[in-house]
Design a protein around this ligand. Sequence first.
Ligand code: SF4
Length: 480
Amino acid sequence: MGIDIGHFLTEVKKATRGQALPVVDLIAVQTEDPFKVLVATILSARTKDETTAASSKRLFARAQTAEELTELSEEELQKLIYPVGFYKNKAGYLKKLPEALKEFKGVVPETMTELLRLPGVGRKTANLVLSIAFKKPAICVDTHVHRIMNIWGYVETATPLKTEMALREKLPEEFWIPVNSLLVSLGQSICRPVSPRCSECPLEKECPQLGITPRKATLKAKKNTPSYRYISWNVNGIRAVEKKGFIDIVQELNPDVIGLQETKAQPEQLSESLKNIPGYTSYWYSAQRKGYSGVAFYSKHEPLQVIYGIGAEEFDCEGRVITLEFADHYLATIYFPNSADQLKRLDYKLRFNRALLAFFQKLEKEKAVILCGDFNVAHKEIDLKNPKSNVKNAGFTPEERAWMDEFLEAGYTDTFRLFNQDPENYSWWSYRFSARSKNIGWRIDYFCVSENGQKRIVNAEILPEVMGSDHCPVLLDFKQ
Ligand code: SF4
């Protein structure tokens, strides 16, 4: 039986009462002027509420109308709205806005189709403007609404757009406007994208909690040792995971560096939001074949050097390795080949493994090496649910496991097993047969550290509560 949505939203309203209003509501409380609501909404994308509020205030002190906006140059606009996310792009949109509004006699239009014709206005912004400025029935579905409605099982959808369409069918109209503010508030405070705080949630006993694992104390525990927090995640398509809240997840996990695998995109296919997550510089290495393989890094720290590939065309054309050189260690993100059906690529994979180890053994002579990524192999029987039935399958063949033995004998540490010897800790689950909810999985994503870096390993974890891909992220804290 489904949930009682009216009851759920009433409980959310009670639980989030007294919290700061989401910024666009705040502006709506202060002004009913659709122009200001539109501008503030454009500024609010990928920006903290306090920053949007301060930038809007500065801008409105100089320009209250579209006409007044024309008086400002793009450079002035940039200065006024800085530091909102993507301030250069947004200043460009604002510069073009007065001209675009002429089509609508200089006023903000009141329909979705017309709003979408304005610069910098996507579906989410248009829905917010319709609901807040014009009080029209519109459902603004952002990542919080999409995620929480799926956790509740109220919809079963893959993207925010599909969620919006499903909600239009079944959500009673009285909730269309308030649902965004309520779920943004809940998503920012209790039902967070990473490790929801179910024990603090009034819905804990009734919520189906689909696909989530409540917060673990360990992830949040502050380490006494100053350390770098590194995360590795096979995202199985960066553009797909972007729609499932990837940027919010990165910002909440807040790693020093995150290494990705299976990005499956060429740089020109990436959105500006993906290329420029505030606070991070990104590095991308794509396969020549479109939509296949590919790795990336987002780093808060500027590396001394970025090395793309391992110097062997046979492997580098598949975009499988990026290495960042820091002052006292190297960090590499790696997408190991899959041996594939009938082990057609087993030989290729074993050649890759050998070339990779030789490459890093050279670097290891200078400083510690950390290798993270999807190794595409479960090392021991404890590392997968059904070892017996998988002995001849890709990822658990004797050859692949023997290479893992050889790799560890060469001095590398499988960091997760330093801290956890328990079975049923997995990092990948098939999309089929509800494997993730039954925890029928494999541990194939690793952080491995060379012998000369072992003393700096502080903590290693798997983060199964983080959704968005068929893999979950893994984590390493490495002493500074
Ligand atoms: S998943 Fe947890 S935090 Fe989120 S709504 Fe359900 S009980 Fe509340």
